[in-house]
Design a protein around this ligand. Sequence first.
Ligand SMILES: [Ca+2]
Length: 140
Amino acid sequence: MTYALWRSMVFSAAEAANEAISGALADADHDGLSNWAEYTLGGLPKDFDSSSLLPTPSIVTVEGQSFLALTYTTQNGASETSVTVQVSGDLAAWLSGPPHTEQFGSPVVNANGSTTRTFRDTTPLNNASQRYIRLQMKQQ
Ligand SMILES: [Ca+2]
């Protein structure tokens, strides 16, 4: 589903024609998530629902070592967006993909068709003075 199709489904015709309401960077419900993030994460852009959509950080243990992890859910069929978990030791250089991050556990397909995934940092917390993790969403 393209952003344009989603936009036409979740907004009225008048709202869909108004960039300030339904544009990708607008936040129609003022919940802190842009419409693009709502499209990516399966939100309802006219419901104040960001708290249930935000990625969830955690610490996971692998072979006795602790790692930062991030769990997030994406809307299936959001065809124009890509999601990447990124890690950093200094908030300046953000890295993703092998060898910096790896999937933790298997993806879970939810009853509503969305998919929940967890990715973890590959740098152990015990070996680093600081580690950070975030979710990047971008148009593809
Ligand atoms: Ca919003």
